[in-house]
Design a protein around this ligand. Structure first.
Ligand code: AMP
Length: 300
């Protein structure tokens, strides 16, 4: 079984949705990803927190056997994100982003992490994503995620790092924003020319589409009656996706299709409660049950 290295944000999130709110709850791209992927393989995390980061959150990561040797603690405050959703839960509105300790963060990859075969560059400054790639030794697969904040503020850096990426994850509106094309097929074609071998477009409650230069594959999202907080759905999707690939240690088309379904399954657990309240408490059997249900409602 293989391992994954993730570099991304560890955050205290303040989130409001039509169904409730949380203040300074555990969040961050690297956290959602790690907890989700931890159901499949061992995950090593490189990120930074401030001195105010609650100990109980460290304990939560440890209880999922996540290796936190690369989690730096620096003087100052932890990264904070304030977001809001209206009834269109597919789109987050950022109210405030406070980079805090991320402002001077250097993603130093510990020596023993440098050979990790699977790398997830979670949503973080694309210049930092590039710095990670300059330190690791020929990984088998590099997957990258980003968001509108970086597309508008660091577009050229993002395009530069995309040259070195195998699979690029982004949501539908970000695909249009980055490519400056409205039509999704045209948008994907344009971005594929910039370097990534494949793109997965996340479409919130409508699922996700995998594209490469000669094929596409559609996965719906798991039908849920109660969605409380979509924060972290994308990173949890990525955790299920790459977690499954790493657990099989195979990168063929069949594994990628199955992994896309596992991504959708993990995203569904993330949105059923605020913060990581649900996804951190599930069992492997819950994951497999939903995976099997996908077979039933997509086979014809
Ligand atoms: P998503 O899976 O796209 O919903 O990602 C949600 C997580 O992204 C939240 O927990 C936030 O803390 C984190 N986040 C929000 N803005 C940024 C940013 N500019 N850089 C890195 N992480 C962010």
């Amino acid at each position: 079984m293989s391992e994954i290295l993730v570099v991304g944000s560890v955050a205290l999130d303040t989130v409001q949705t039509p169904f409730g709110s949380v203040k300074e709850a555990l969040g961050g791209s690297a956290v959602y990803f790690s907890i989700s992927a931890s159901y499949f393989v061992k995950v090593k995390i490189v990120a930074v927190v401030g001195t105010d980061f609650p100990r109980r959150y460290i304990q939560l990561l440890k209880s999922h056997r996540i290796d936190i040797k690369g989690l730096q603690k620096k003087p100052g405050e932890t990264f904070r994100w304030i977001g809001e959703y209206d009834y269109n839960l597919n789109e987050a509105h950022t109210i405030d982003t406070k980079l805090n300790v991320f402002e001077n963060f250097y993603p130093a990859i510990p020596e023993e992490y440098k050979n990790t075969p699977y790398i997830f560059l979670a949503n973080i400054d694309p210049d930092l994503q590039e710095k990670v790639l300059s330190q690791v030794f020929s990984p088998k697969l590099v997957v990258l995620d980003t968001m509108n904040f970086w597309i508008s503020s660091k577009r050229e850096s993002l395009k530069k790092v995309l040259k070195k990426v195998d699979i690029f994850l982004l949501n539908e509106s970000e695909t249009r924003q980055l490519s400056e094309e409205y039509n999704l097929l045209k948008a994907v074609k344009k971005i594929l020319k910039w370097g990534p071998k494949a793109i997965i477009v996340k479409r919130g409650e409508y699922g996700a589409i995998y594209f490469d230069n000669n094929s596409m594959f559609f996965v719906p999202s798991y039908p849920l009656e109660n969605i409380y907080d979509p924060t972290g759905a994308g990173d949890s999707f990525a955790g299920g996706f790459l977690g499954y690939i790493a657990s099989k240690n195979k990168i063929d088309k069949k594994t990628i299709k199955q992994a896309t379904v596992f991504g959708s399954v993990m995203g569904s657990f993330a949105v059923e409660d605020f913060s990581l309240n649900k996804i951190s408490k599930i069992k492997k059997s819950d994951i497999l049950k939903r995976y099997c249900e996908f077979k039933k409602f997509t086979h014809f």
